[in-house]
Design a protein around this ligand. Sequence first.
Ligand SMILES: Cc1cc2nc3c(=O)[nH]c(=O)nc-3n(C[C@H](O)[C@H](O)[C@H](O)COP(=O)(O)OP(=O)(O)OC[C@H]3O[C@@H](n4cnc5c(N)ncnc54)[C@H](O)[C@@H]3O)c2cc1C
Length: 401
Amino acid sequence: MTRLAQTAGLTDIQREILSTVRDFVDKEILPVATELEHRDEYPQAIVDGLKELGLFGLMIPEEYGGLGESLLTYALCVEEIARGWMSVSGIINTHFIVAYMLKQHGTQEQKDHFLPRMATGEVRGAFSMSEPGLGSDVSAITSKAVQDGEEYVLNGQKMWLTNGGSSTLVAVLVRSDEGHPEGTAPHKSMTTFLVEKEPGFGEVRPGLTIPGKIDKMGYKGVDTTELIMDGLRIPANRVLGGATGRGFYQMMDGVEVGRVNVAARGCGVAQRAFELGVSYAQQRHTFGKPIAQHQAIQFKLAEMATKVEAAHAMMVNAARKKDSGERNDLEAGMAKYLASEYCKEVVEDAFRIHGGYGFSKEYEIERLYREAPMLLIGEGTAEIQKMIIGRRLLEEYRFQG
Ligand SMILES: Cc1cc2nc3c(=O)[nH]c(=O)nc-3n(C[C@H](O)[C@H](O)[C@H](O)COP(=O)(O)OP(=O)(O)OC[C@H]3O[C@@H](n4cnc5c(N)ncnc54)[C@H](O)[C@@H]3O)c2cc1C
């Protein structure tokens, strides 16, 4: 274990899981991450290893074949994995959100049908809210489901599905107006459908097309796609929770735990950037001494390490709050906001410490520099986090005049 980002009060089991994951990251992820990332190659061997470790079922209850671990254990594992390669944590994240939504909101039949196969990683989850015309404003969704007997017919276009190609189960949020008269608030006329499909690209099920991978600046290896529904027929028993009109709340619940996860990713990437910076600073000499001996560089390292510690503490706090059964939207929003901003700053400082070499693809920091910005956007931008934080503060500190 490194000196930074320690977590007090972990159980023996948590410590054992984390040490196994860290070992896996050091041996199986870090040595290959940059090469695979440059080739934009799906890390199949790593994913197989994670399946063997049981990571796809980490938070799935034991009765469904998972490890039944807490959000904190999960977030600390994500932090370790992101330290190795952020894209790998992205492969697990959407799966985790869909499994969480099923556990919290699914019917018994849906849990029995999906969770055991999700725990082994045989069924792999993705979730889809965003569309070409919207991301932050989920209430503006235009994709639509119309009931036709025992089925629903879905039409519309979705955007930015992490794991859109590799997944076999997509939780899709669409508008469904039946039973919800004209004028119903948008939040009350949305439904989450559990859409099973073949992995891959092209027509993966009648009426459902995954066109291909979106070419991205970073966050490579993991596939990010569009999803096109054209007369897609889904049986009524694949409405999450069995009743329409609850989709918005189900997705927001999923995204809330997802925010702790994104914070954890920010912590992991920042830790790696610090490790790279502090190591390089002791090897590179200028003006007759290692640059680490120049006070300006030491100050940079001090700021970076302080940010790593602060982000880790907030992320752990948000996870523990959720695990205790309390509402954690304020803490999750703050942790996501702070960890992603700090991550970008720590990565930039490590990049500066590398001088010109930081710009070379031979150095790992170049990859981190392209990966960090994704955390500013995913699971809600900084502005959206601040809106959530601000609203909650006004609830808590209501003026009693
Ligand atoms: C690599 C990647 C993977 C993704 N994976 C998924 C996924 O798996 N599933 C999924 O559903 N989505 C996914 N997304 C989409 C992501 O959630 C959205 O991109 C994000 O929510 C922002 O939405 P937008 O891109 O439409 O930006 P917009 O909503 O158009 O926002 C543009 C800018 O305006 C600001 N803004 C918007 N509204 C306000 C306001 N009211 N006040 C102040 N500022 C505001 C935003 O903060 C931002 O700076 C992914 C995105 C990326 C890049």
